[in-house]
Design a protein around this ligand. Structure first.
Ligand SMILES: *Cc1c(COP(=O)(O)O)cnc(C)c1O
Length: 242
């Protein structure tokens, strides 16, 4: 077995264990492969194990890998900061869900292009639950208003929420981020906005997926634990200045 396939098996075992610990069915959590910096050959090793859900952070990488992955069936999500001037590009590459929708001007731009093409996509609202300036996401207090505004754009189907937990070894603080996302989910669900679903909670990564599952994650986004350490520092993907 290659290393990618082996690591995927380990992650699936971890998911199952966390599900058992929190009385959940293991089928209630989907594994998303975070493939930033990973070459298509290695992504294919993962897809060949039966995994289907992958996501990039940068439109440039989506574009570079698009052709090489086209013949292997999969579902593409987008999990990075999306600039409004890249909206046109991202829609070229069959992205099924933008998990990082965090502001109304981006939503309007997406809607404008999608409706011109007669298409629609799924979105998750990204919420900043860690209060760190280097991370994107709508402020938890403003998530409900954003949901209402996005709901008025018929080409965007809200399916739930996404967050990046605090990058910290303090499990208590990390857990609080996931609990906050759950709270925002309940708040938006209670508002019963027509057309808005609050089923998905995309939270948890290599280091904190177990806690996220205990707190209700339906999608965990795992990169390093499957593909190995990345050559590029995460600040390249998460900072405002790039
Ligand atoms: C890279 C990335 C992940 C995966 O992080 P790992 O620590 O490598 O598992 C998850 N979510 C987002 C938004 C990412 O950019």
């Amino acid at each position: 077995m290659n290393d990618v396939a082996q690591h995927i098996q380990e992650i699936l075992d971890r998911i199952e264990k966390a599900c058992i610990a929190s009385n959940r069915s293991k089928d209630s959590v989907r594994l998303l492969l975070a493939t930033k910096t990973v070459p298509p050959e290695r992504i294919k090793l993962a897809l060949e194990t039966g995994q289907t859900l992958i996501a990039e952070n940068k439109v440039q990488e989506l574009k570079e890998k698009y052709e090489a992955l086209q013949s292997t069936p999969h579902e593409n999500h987008f999990i990075g900061h999306l600039q409004t001037n890249k909206v046109k590009d991202i829609l070229k590459y069959e992205v099924h869900c933008v998990q990082s929708l965090d502001r109304i001007d981006l939503a309007e731009k997406l809607h404008q292009r999608l409706s011109a093409e007669g298409r629609s996509i799924d979105v998750l609202l990204q919420v900043n639950t860690s209060n760190e300036e280097s991370k994107y996401g709508v402020h938890p207090d403003q998530a409900l208003d954003l949901a209402k505004a996005v709901a008025a754009l018929p080409s965007l189907h809200i399916k739930g929420l996404m967050t990046i937990g605090l990058l910290s070894a303090d499990a208590v603080q990390v857990r609080q981020c996931f609990q906050l996302l759950k709270k925002v989910q309940q708040e938006i669900a209670a508002a019963a906005i027509p057309g808005v679903e609050m089923k998905e909670l995309s939270m948890g990564m290599s280091g904190d997926m177990d806690i996220a599952i205990e707190e209700g994650a339906t999608i965990v986004r795992v990169g390093t634990a499957i593909f190995g350490k990345r050559p590029t520092p995460d600040s390249f993907y998460w900072n405002e200045n790039n």
